[in-house]
Ligand binder design. Structure first.
Ligand code: IDP
Ligand code: MG
Length: 148
């Protein structure tokens, strides 16, 4: 079982897409382990996107992520990191295929609605950045025999 961090970025909240986007992860068979609405502090945004520091879009990206509320979620399941990246689609909404979140709802590169961890190692780091341990809830799914 893997865990991954998903963020519904401020454009998703402002565009009232929280329900539609969350449903896509839920109906895939992933299990919700953590969920909260956050007004992201600049320091958290800097840590989250540290890998992009120095790139031309870095400052704009931080402004975007701190511009309004973000929904932070932890989803768990088989191959959760790759499964979520596939559900999200390519970074650039204009290039993301239809059927993916970005392909169906985004046309911008920056305002692409969703973040998903890109490896299990980064997922662990990102989950620790966004959630305290007691904010994650373990439970036995009643449909496990059917979802697999
Ligand atoms: P990812 O979110 O698909 O993993 P990354 O390359 O890690 O994409 O970039 C992080 C975020 O930075 C993207 O989701 C997007 O919001 C923004 N971003 C990436 N590349 C560009 C760009 O060329 N211009 C503006 N924003 C960008
Ligand atoms: Mg990335």
């Amino acid at each position: 079982m893997q865990q991954t961090l998903i963020l519904l970025k401020p454009d998703a909240v402002q565009r009232r897409l929280v329900g539609d986007l969350t449903a896509r992860f839920e109906r895939k068979g992933l299990r919700l382990t953590g969920l909260k609405l956050v007004q992201t502090p600049r320091e958290t945004a800097e840590k989250h996107y540290a890998v992009h520091k120095g790139k031309p879009f870095y400052e704009s990206l931080l402004s975007f992520l701190t511009s309004g509320p973000t929904v932070a979620m932890v989803w768990e399941g088989r191959e959760a990191v790759a499964v979520c990246r596939n559900l999200m689609g390519l970074t650039d909404g204009a290039k993301a295929p239809p059927g993916t979140i970005r392909g169906d709802f985004a046309i911008s590169v920056q305002n692409n609605l969703v973040h998903g961890s890109d490896s299990p190692e980064n997922a662990a780091i990102e989950i620790a950045l966004w959630f305290k341990p007691d904010e994650l809830v373990k439970f036995a799914p009643t449909d496990a025999n059917w979802v697999g």
